[in-house]
Design a protein around this ligand. Sequence first.
Ligand code: ADP
Length: 600
Amino acid sequence: MLDRSPIRAAEARCIDLCVHELFAGHALATPDRVAVTCDGTDVTYGELDARAGRLAGRLHATGVRRDEAVGVLLERSVDFVVAVLGILKAGGCYVPLDPGYPAARLTAMIEVAGARTLLAHGPLDGYDGTVLDVEDRPGPAAPAAHVHPDDVAYLMFTSGSTGVPKGVAVRHAGIVRLVDDPDYVHLGPDEVIAQLSTVSFDASTFEMWGALANGGRLVIAPPGALSPAELAGLLHRERVTTAWLTAGLFNVMVDECLNGLLGLRQLLTGGDVMSPQRARRFLQQAPDCRLINGYGPTEVTTFTTCHTVTLADTTRPRIPIGRPISGTRVEILDDRYRPVPVGVPGFLYAGGPGVSRGYLGDPALTAERFIPDPWAYGQRLYATGDLATYRPDGAIEFLGRADHQFKKRGFRVEPAEIEDVLRRDPLVKDAAVTLAGSGTDDATLIACVVPAGTDADLVTGLRLRLREHLPEHLMPDRFVTVGALPLTPNGKVDRTALTALATGTTTPSGTPTGPHTGTEAALAEIWSELLTQAGVTRDDDFFDLGGQSLQAARMVSRIRTRFGVALTVRTVFDNPTVAELAHRIDHAPRMSDHPGLSVA
Ligand code: ADP
């Protein structure tokens, strides 16, 4: 019989505060303590609270009221934190929007959210609501809004299988149970937590509130992807004690810049399967750091289960995802909702105050995924779609997905969403999307397209048109044109056959020209290693060859070792061909000439 004590833990958990009220408590008690460090500037709890109060006053004046969604179209920054606190103080809920997303996707998200007001540095194409800046202006603070822990604190979007991103409505109670007196990590005024995640990814919930609800210091990384050396430099310079990395970025850091992680007291990784080999290397070098495998869908507020990894764990093929965090319940059930015995795979369901309110504007999908809890009257369980099993010691192991959803660089990808955008293209008759190299850092998203005409340049045009609708992580890395999609005997797309069909085929990249200079040759060699592809030419585009931002981060690290040049990941995006990047390397200052540039 399984131990059902977690039910009692969730029931005993009485949450009567909202997350911004936890912050306000610290602002009252220790106003001079540094709350946020960004770009070398410190902002105290008192200053942050006062700025947020004045912004709440302006929001209140524009009519923002309890439970109303307000968009925040800002990169991670002090302004972003002020915006979030101001919205919550005014009684609203925030909708973090990544300014790097295409305008069409942003407006679709704002429409789902029903946000009449947007906090942004400027206008957004296609949005006709009120746009407010976050400039600090003198003015009265908002009157205290009556907010309840069951109210929605934020809306976060994940890939949706119907072609529209799903807006998950996360409650204050979910965040409070994540960061207030947690049992899976230490949080408190002595912790310095890095904000590395983009604002629209739910790791930022842990980072931001883990610091600010506990009197800790939040160190905000500059916007955009950081190279391993830049990340190491930030952690070291700001004496960061706790950081959260996606499983993919953790692998890159362990492989390329392990020293950069050695100052941490706690390192959480998650979003995807943790590599036992990397965990082992890390723990051997950093025996005093607590390494935590964090598991959880956005729908249950960031973490559902966590596991502190030991060296013994790393000798097994799978690192457990552990046990439910306090205030959270997990059930592993069979297809008739019966708990499975130890060692038998089942579907993972999650319950407790972390369970969000559901998908905004989609009651049918909400009812399908958030089912009545058979063991806790009046509460719901979220059907994660993940397969899992109990180990004999009670820890849970993640076994994979029960559906077609997959992870790429820690981002959730519903192939149906990308297929929907592809099929809407006038030059596409049919399309299906598959992932090659699933479960590895180099997982590649492949779009198999049946053309509607005979356009020889279909892929180039398609790539451009897709960029208007899809964010970077949903963009296919490769396109393969096929006469027809392979089907199973009952008429569904045969995804196994599709992956086999797609693997190994690349988009033509023009007349190949070999490298002209020594730098180009050395760079082409690095690309060949990273992309496991021979014959890279000087005009090849890193991203057309299937390169992604994590591999770009690895490349920057190898360029640093090989040439002594510190490039940023952005440079790779701006100079994506061998010839362009080699030119940048040849004209960049060598680190040996400028010791200050050496940050690792
Ligand atoms: P996250 O912020 O954890 O990435 P998402 O909602 O984007 O949240 O994705 C949740 C899904 O990611 C889970 O349902 C599971 O399939 C996968 N996942 C999350 N964490 C882990 C982990 N530690 N190990 C394996 N898979 C994970």
